[in-house]
Design a protein. Sequence first.
Length: 397
Amino acid sequence: MSSAGPPFKTTLGIRPASRTDFIDVRARLAEEFGSEFARYPKALYVSHHTTAGYLDQRLAQRLDNDRTKLREYIRVFHEIFPPNAGYEHDELDRRTELSDEQKATEPENADSHLTFIGAGLQSAASYDNESGRPVWFVDLDGVHRGGTRNRRTTVVGYASEEIVARTQLSVEASPRAIDSIDLREPGAGFVDRLQDLVEEHGVSFGRLDVSLGPQETHASLTVNEFEPLLMKRDLRGALLSPLRFMADQGREILRTPLSLPGKALRLPGKALRLPGKALRLSGKALDVARMGTTVLRTSPGPVIDTATVEAVHIMNRVLERIGVDESVIARVLNRALALPVRRFQGLRREISLPVIDRDGDGNGEIPWGTYQSPILIQWKAPAETTRELDVKLVRFA
């Protein structure tokens, strides 16, 4: 649609109504700009935050762009990363980057960061601009003890896109088996090389698609806050034991030891079997499980055995009633329910970074949010000392 004209750009303010909220940004655009925005067949949606973002459009479509299904999808990750589950990021006295005043109001939101990563939320996502189809801004930490957040999202409408450059960049790998690397760290030089590429090709509005090279395994990419306790401790703990925090949540209520001589706790299929009993998943849980197998396994993003997650939730409630030693629970969770990282996290192999002319002078730049960093996560050290990232620069017309 060449008649659409130069790209459309606007930044909207968002006030979430609850801690987890889903806001239809496309409806807001239709209400405020009408045909001015609707005439563009494509749009890039950008979140400037690390606990609020967008789903990949293909995953959103598999969820029928339906708010109820989206809520159920996010709820699965809330089960894995519940609030107040012993995250080191939430020990505010240890956060050296915070002033005393900030510590008084800073939210304890490690669960929101981990849910963002685990659910495959993105800081920037391109959508076909289909009339009547919602585009959900997913906020995981909109209301907290410090009040309600003022969120921002930038939207760029455009007619078409053109790949103007492809290149491969090397970044230093970590020798540790499980680790995360801040690619925005000045010493890495990665972000500088991306900006140089944008300037070299004179792109005012567009997108940088960054993906792991095909030879790179046991690694993923995300955009989030690189706070050391979060990325070096909590995330590492989640990768080592995907159900760790879910298990920790139940420990306070499972303090009464009770031996179970001669009895075994088993999880065959979708049933949680206790001595002489079988506790099966509810119809609703099976619906969520079906969503997990038909939606998430075929999506380019997260993959998770939701039936197993629901079973753990039920198991915790049952064990609370009968009183089982927490060491028994730990063995069950670690051996019977621990999910491989690649299935549990389903962490993405690619990220998109926006290129926007913010000042109207024709110069494009990556509009980083205050705490946003591109982050490389690995759960097995590579044989080489570097990892290769494929970069594609796209110009919007």
